[in-house]
Design a protein around this ligand. Structure first.
Ligand code: ATP
Length: 141
């Protein structure tokens, strides 16, 4: 007998100290290490590392965006569990704070050589700031 396709995906997004979302959704797009991973109900099981980026999920016609920074996602046919080190819902992002951070880090990077150990951290900071701005922009689009 053929397997019955699940109607929804049970999506959970958690950080070490917060539950960001727990919802029944139609579709999830995950910023995976190898690029974006589109997940529909019935997807084959897998685990992927996250990269810093906006995660998107859809419930009927409404789309939601969450900035995720580092961690893992487990995909099962009827469930997606995202364990992110840091995450913010798009609507909770403080755009001014992220914009200030982006400017500060860009200034810092202009005057510090590639070989500076702090530069690696600064590049990560910049990626998170850009991700927050992009996620907030998608919510407000
Ligand atoms: P900042 O220098 O502005 O604190 P940061 O890059 O050092 O930024 P993170 O270390 O990435 O900040 O995150 C620390 C905490 O602050 C996390 O809980 C994160 O969710 C929150 N956070 C950071 N920036 C923002 C923002 N722009 N809007 C909402 N929450 C944020």
């Amino acid at each position: 007998m053929a397997d019955i396709l699940p109607a929804y995906i049970h999506l959970e997004i958690v950080t070490p100290d917060h539950k960001i979302a727990e919802e029944e959704v139609d579709e999830v797009s995950i910023p995976g290490r190898e690029g974006y991973l589109g997940v529909l109900p019935g997807h084959a099981p897998l685990i992927t590392e996250l990269q810093t980026g906006p995660l998107e999920y859809r419930q009927n016609d409404s789309r939601h965006y969450v900035a995720v920074h580092w961690g893992f996602a487990e995909v099962l046919p009827d469930r997606v569990i995202v364990l992110a080190e840091i995450a913010e819902r798009g609507e909770d992002i403080d755009v001014e704070r992220a914009e200030n951070k982006r400017k500060r880090v860009e200034e810092y990077l202009k005057s510090h050589p590639e070989s500076d150990p702090e530069t690696v951290k600064a590049r990560d900071d910049l990626r998170r700031a850009i991700c927050r701005l992009e996620t907030a922009r998608q919510v407000r689009a």
